[in-house]
Ligand binder design. Structure first.
Ligand code: SAM
Length: 234
């Protein structure tokens, strides 16, 4: 999907996806979810900090920031942070958690784009436990959007699930359906957006059949990526 297509409003499956998530938030998704009983758990933040090589000068963007759990840990390490999610409900908690920890802005997004974030205005960006919940078209749209908002030389880190069906797409009915990606699909996604894949690391999940891929990619300093990520046996 082109960056221009990514700027179109969500329609069809993507719109139903957004409506489903907004419903989950209005029903207290995070308050009820066992993974967020420890409200400020730091899962993922070491990997994000390492893969993004965060610096105190960075403007950091999180897609799918929820109530600001990861930004709580990462905001003191950067100059400014921007969070995007699908509804205002979790932002009430996020504002309380992030207050006094640094400069931040939170935006309710449209489910396919990173609007209102400006082109080339972000140094580092990430999505943690988000991409497996997106439709494949949304994943492509957001990857193109990361390429749009990153400054040349900027970097994005995305966590992908792997180990399951890599052909299925999201169904409308299933709560939190989790889609898998192969290494080749991830490489095609980021390289198709003009990003240069730098890291693809496997990490275990709670389920023996699944793993996480931690992916990092750079926005080339000028022009589109020329090199392809080498083929490796993952
Ligand atoms: C499993 S939660 C993870 C929240 C947060 N990243 C964390 O680790 O605490 C998934 C989040 O992704 C958000 N999300 C799902 N689809 C999205 C989309 N299309 N655009 C933006 N956010 C989305 C959900 O609203 C939810 O807050």
């Amino acid at each position: 999907m082109s960056a221009q297509a990514a700027n179109a409003p969500a329609t069809g499956a993507a719109l139903r996806h957004v409506e489903n998530w907004r419903k989950l938030h209005s029903r207290g998704y995070f308050a009820q979810h066992r993974r967020y009983r420890d409200r400020l758990h730091a899962r993922g933040t070491d990997e994000i900090g390492r893969l993004l090589a965060l610096t105190p000068e960075d403007t950091l963007l999180e897609l799918g920031c929820g109530y600001g759990r990861a930004l709580y840990h990462l905001l003191p390490r950067v100059r400014r942070a921007v969070g995007i999610d699908l509804s205002a409900e979790p932002f009430a908690e996020a504002r309380g958690l992030l207050a006094g920890r640094g400069e931040f802005a939170l935006h309710v997004g449209d489910g396919v784009s990173l609007r209102p974030v400006d082109d080339a205005s972000i140094d580092k960006a990430f999505a943690f436990t988000v991409f497996q919940h997106l439709t494949r078209a949304q994943a492509a749209a957001y990857t193109a959007e990361f390429a749009r908002v990153l400054r040349p030389g900027g970097r994005v880190c995305i966590q992908f699930l792997t180990g399951g069906d890599t052909d299925a797409d999201q169904s409308d009915e299933v709560r939190e359906q989790s889609l898998s990606y192969s290494a080749a699909q991830i490489a095609a996604l980021v390289e198709g957006a003009g990003l240069r894949l730098t890291n693809l690391e496997l990490a275990p999940t709670d389920h023996a059949a699944y793993c996480w891929y931690w992916m990092a990619a750079d926005k080339p300093a000028a022009g589109r990526a020329r090199e392809r990520f080498e083929d490796r046996a993952y």
